[in-house]
Design a protein around this ligand. Sequence first.
Ligand code: UT7
Length: 345
Amino acid sequence: MDALADSSTLSALPSPSLYLSGFGTCVPEKVVTNFDMERLTDTNDEWITTRTGIRNRHFLAADEQPSDLAVRAAQQTLANTGVPLERITHTIVATCTPEYLSPSTACVVAQKLGLRHCVAFDINAACTGFVYALNVCQAFLCADPQACILLVTVEGLSRRLNWKDRSTCVLFGDGAGASLATAQPLNIPGHLSAKLQSIQCSSDTECWDLICVGGGTHEAHVLGDSVSETFFVTMQGREVFKHAVRALVSISLEVLNKEGLSVEDVDLFIPHQANLRIIEAVGSRLGLPADKVFVNVGNYGNTSASSIPLAMADAFKQGRIKPGMKVLVASFGSGFTWGAAVLQF
Ligand code: UT7
């Protein structure tokens, strides 16, 4: 018999607790408006605003690296929690724009933080990186409840934009988020933390080539070669749009159903911030009133794995997340990958 066919032993495993705290974020200082975009490519503010809801995005400065953003976000997290650096056992970075193919951005971030010995590696689930990383943290915490995981998301998408592809280059921005994942609550006075109540991840690998970030080993290069279009972000926007709406709606319902919850139980929905029209379509198909759907895509563009952490941080600042609230997060990205989680604050 197929060993996996008998799922009774698998379902009998305890569901591990995961608490998330110390939410830190960082975006580059450099703000690039739609009007700035008009000087970089054949576009205009009116098109970008009406088709995407994006007005500004932040781009790395020439002498700034994604890991610098990640370190600033992580330092905020450590300061917010009061957890000493030596207590960190794992550094996990979700990114689809790593600084190098190897070593991982996690190793670079840990070194810059002064964290010499820890488990350190990257996860690439593109825009779904934060949700996938939560799932991976949950597994580590099940194996080692004493673990203290620094979960970082960071993207430097501005480094892979093709200014000749106007339908794609106007969409993305750079940014980082960080938090600590532990098996026990940290209980920090004056700071919100969340318990992971439900999580569900998925993919459809048939569509892997509809969004790509180039620069990998699929192309052979010799020293001195120039790069081609596939070195940059490429996307079939219209196709992606349709898949994104369907997947975000279905995964949101799945993750709620898994815990016997319904859409009415959701106090705030924080979807991946890629396009205002996608966000509105998903919110309305789920039957959520607009005031329960958080939107900040206008200020950052699509920051891929960092979009939910940046949105959560803005939601805290605006007082939109309060103790006792259930927050549904859901994301969709290249792969295609998608996932959702329910966080109980
Ligand atoms: O994070 C991963 C998930 N990613 C996404 O969720 C992105 C999903 N897709 C989208 O958000 C949208 O498809 C886009 C924003 C990328 C594009 O919007 P659209 O409404 O699907 O536009 P389109 O690609 O169908 O293009 C419509 C028109 C075209 O002109 P014609 O052929 O109708 O004359 C484009 O050439 O808009 C033109 N266009 C632009 N015009 C001015 C495309 N990009 C631009 C631009 N400025 N930047």
